[in-house]
Ligand binder design. Structure first.
Ligand code: AQP
Length: 347
């Protein structure tokens, strides 16, 4: 029932159209190698092939307690992290969610076609609420609807994300399909784009938990801004499993996680890394992993330092990105309001 579109345009006589990509990242805390390997790096690698919209989702960050200073500082820092990682504003629209009011307006309209029971099933809500459902914000509960609005506003075909977001993209499809069924074909049904490797980088402290910005333990993550010594220390301290062979497996979740990080940064497969470390033991492997991460983050950190020296650059690029996003969002909302019969659509 949804409007699934191909990459080659809407019909045989129309010119080919690049697939549309939308992805968002919250300006909440220190960005880590999980965000980088699971999301940002894929955005950068694919940006020439797609028509991309990348969004700093500041309104989502309000779903957990935050401060004015923390939020505004993090927005510019995240913009610089994305630019330093290779997001190119010539190829991609990069903007801040709250600069385009249509996101919240569409969120409200989509709330009206979202079922309470669907939201209650979201595992990310359960994880983040940590059993304190009565005390967390209502924003945390409706977070997936705002995310659906972000995606649907731009007629998105693909959403490159880590594995943790898969359920939210499925909900987005359901909400879009329900809206289309009630009001007529309006939204494209997006598909998640989850890479098999790097989709879920786990905590260095506890391989049963995903690496997360909001983890209270500083040793759980490697931040993109960590110094070489901090990176070496964190990887040296990362938990490993019993035994000494550098081999991945379900009985070795901690080592498997470190092997995936190595493979992704070295552009190798996990078996290739295992072969390289056959008979060498955990110590040698972890020491080399630390050097590899230091080496791969160094150019990003250098560019980041240059960008942070002149905050006006990111501020200007974000303002330009918001202008471009607003044009698309405004056109889509005109169509949506007309379908629903609000905002003047009374003819
Ligand atoms: N551990 C991870 N492994 C792979 N991908 C990950 N992502 C996040 N953690 C991992 C992906 O990064 C993108 C941006 O995520 P986000 O900031 O919007 O929110 P999140 O998924 O909630 O990330 P965090 O780090 O856990 O942040 P907090 O603690 O603030 O909630 C997404 O594509 C996500 O899949």
């Amino acid at each position: 029932m949804g409007a699934e579109r191909g990459a080659t345009g809407e019909g045989p006589h129309l010119p080919a159209r690049r697939k549309r990509v939308f992805s968002g990242i919250q300006p909440s805390g220190s960005f880590h190698i999980g965000n980088y390997l699971g999301a940002i790096r894929n955005w950068v690698d694919q940006q020439a092939a797609y028509d991309n919209v990348f969004c700093i989702v500041d309104l989502h960050a309000l779903s957990l307690p935050t401060t004015r200073e923390g939020l505004s500082g993090n927005i510019l820092h995240l913009a610089n992290v994305l630019l330093a990682s290779g997001i190119d504003p010539e190829q991609s629209i990069l903007f801040v969610q709250s600069d385009v009011r249509e996101h919240t307006e569409l969120c409200w309209l989509l709330n009206s076609v979202t079922q309470f029971g669907d939201l209650r099933r979201m595992t990310q809500f359960k994880d983040k609420a940590g059993g304190k459902d009565e005390q967390v914000s209502a924003a945390l509960f409706v977070y997936p609807v705002l995310q659906a609005a972000d995606i649907l506003l731009y007629d998105t075909d693909l959403v490159p994300v880590g594995e943790d977001q898969k359920q939210h993209i499925e909900l987005t499809r359901d909400v879009a399909a329900r809206f289309n069924a009630r009001y007529g074909e309006t939204f494209v049904l997006p598909a998640p784009d989850i890479k098999p490797q790097g989709a879920r980088i786990m905590s260095l402290d506890d391989p049963t938990k995903k690496m997360s910005k909001s983890d209270p333990s500083a040793n759980a993550t490697v931040a993109l801004t960590d110094t070489p010594d901090t990176i070496r220390k964190k990887i040296r301290r990362a938990v490993t499993d019993s035994g000494s062979d550098v081999i991945a497996g379900p009985d070795k979740p901690a080592l498997t996680n470190l092997l995936s990080i190595f493979a992704l940064f070295a552009d190798l497969t996990v078996p290739e890394v295992e072969t390289r470390y056959a008979g060498k033991g955990y110590g040698a492997f972890k020491a080399d992993l630390a050097e590899l991460v230091v080496e791969r983050l160094a150019p990003i950190q250098e560019r980041l330092a240059e960008l942070e020296a002149d905050p006006a650059v990111a501020a200007r690029l974000l303002a330009e990105g918001a202008e471009r996003a607003r044009l698309r969002a405004a056109a889509k909302m005109d169509e949506v309001r007309d379908r629903v019969g609000v905002g003047g659509g009374r003819s």
